[in-house]
Design a protein around this ligand. Structure first.
Ligand code: ASP
Length: 340
């Protein structure tokens, strides 16, 4: 019989009103499971693990990603798949971070959550949880169908490191701007097999460690030289995601490019990610991005911001060789980046 481990981290899915009835606070996993007796009908053995103190995902930290990855690592052989219940606010970051940590994954790791708590009448939590578990149990010829970190939310299965939170209101809370959905759940669950990830690494391995000496700088018309300098010249800083205009463009003025050039030559890894919701960075397409290319800024291609920042923290956590970090940043490690 297929066995699935459900890991509860917190989030709206299991929230109840606080004592003063003013805010929503995380409750516990037994409470969630009591609302989904249907799970017992699945032909699967379900076990669960809960964070000691479930959190709103806006409080999530790299230490929590490490805890989730360690639970998966310790239980990797014992279970056929993993379902992680998580708040939607930072779900795209956690899914990306886990995808980088879990190398050579050959089993499903499905994250889900909800927009309304499971105890509410119109909740989306029940459907999300039941279908996420069902997806995690899917096998063909005894092989799991999904062998990557994926996110199920409101009928769609997405690659975890490709999504962005789209809406605070709609049940369809996420979208995958630059990669097709992996499956759609209607009357049946229809997988797009050609889009699923298969790792070329033969062994599963947990890579641990994040370097948090990174920051994001969003360009806007009017940004001041002094403030950019104060960020880029901070000697704690090891990596920076530069959020640029359009296809990776920024001011072409010498004052700006000189600050960037000086930072790169001091060893700072700078990744160019577009502020646009969809599409990719193409450094050199316009004159306004050629300067960044010549200054040694690395293209983030079509990576989401969430994938780029977690990948940067992850790589800087694995090595302080900035050349290696830059090479890996432009390499498609877990399906987070289109190379053509
Ligand atoms: N604030 C909540 C969280 O991210 C929102 C949600 O779960 O959808 O934990």
């Amino acid at each position: 019989m297929t066995s699935i481990l459900i890991i509860y981290t917190g989030g709206t899915i299991g929230m109840v009103e606080s004592e003063d009835q003013k805010t929503l606070v995380p409750f516990n996993l037994d409470y969630i499971l009591s609302y989904v007796p249907e799970l017992n009908k699945l032909d699967a053995k379900l076990d669960s693990y809960s964070f000691e103190n479930p959190i709103d995902s806006s409080d999530i930290q790299p230490a929590d990603w490490t805890l989730i990855a360690k639970i998966i690592n310790e239980n990797y052989k014992a279970y056929d798949g993993f379902v992680i219940l998580h708040g939607s606010d930072t779900l795209a970051y956690t899914a990306s971070a886990l995808s980088f940590m879990l190398e050579g994954l050959k089993k499903p790791v499905i994250l889900t959550g909800s927009q309304l708590p499971i105890g509410m009448i119109r909740t989306d939590a029940r459907e999300n949880l039941i279908t996420a578990v069902e997806i995690a149990t899917q096998k063909i010829n005894d092989e799991p169908v999904v062998k990557e970190v994926a996110v199920f939310f409101e009928d769609m299965l997405y690659r975890g490191n490709r999504i962005k939170k789209l809406s605070t209101e709609a049940f369809e809370a996420f979208f995958s701007p630059n990669y097709p959905v992996l499956a759609e759940a209607g009357v049946s669950i229809n997988f797009d097999y050609s889009q699923l990830w298969t790792s070329d690494k033969s062994d599963f391995k947990l890579n641990d460690g994040f370097n948090q000496q990174v920051v994001v700088l969003t360009l806007f018309p009017g940004i001041s030289a002094e403030l950019i300098k104060s960020v880029l010249e901070n000697n704690m800083l090891k990596g920076l995601v530069l959020m640029t205009f359009g296809a990776g463009n920024g001011p072409s003025k010498p004052w700006f490019l000189d600050i960037v050039k000086a930072a790169v030559s001091r060893g700072l890894v700078i990744i160019n990610v577009t502020q646009c919701a969809m599409g990719r960075v193409e450094q050199g397409k316009y004159e306004t991005s050629l300067g960044l290319l010549n200054a040694g800024v690395i293209s983030g291609g079509d990576m989401t911001f969430e994938a780029a920042i977690t990948k940067l923290m992850f790589l800087l956590g694995q090595s302080d060789n900035s050349l290696w970090v830059k090479e890996q940043m432009v390499t498609n490690l877990r399906g987070e980046l289109s190379t053509s």
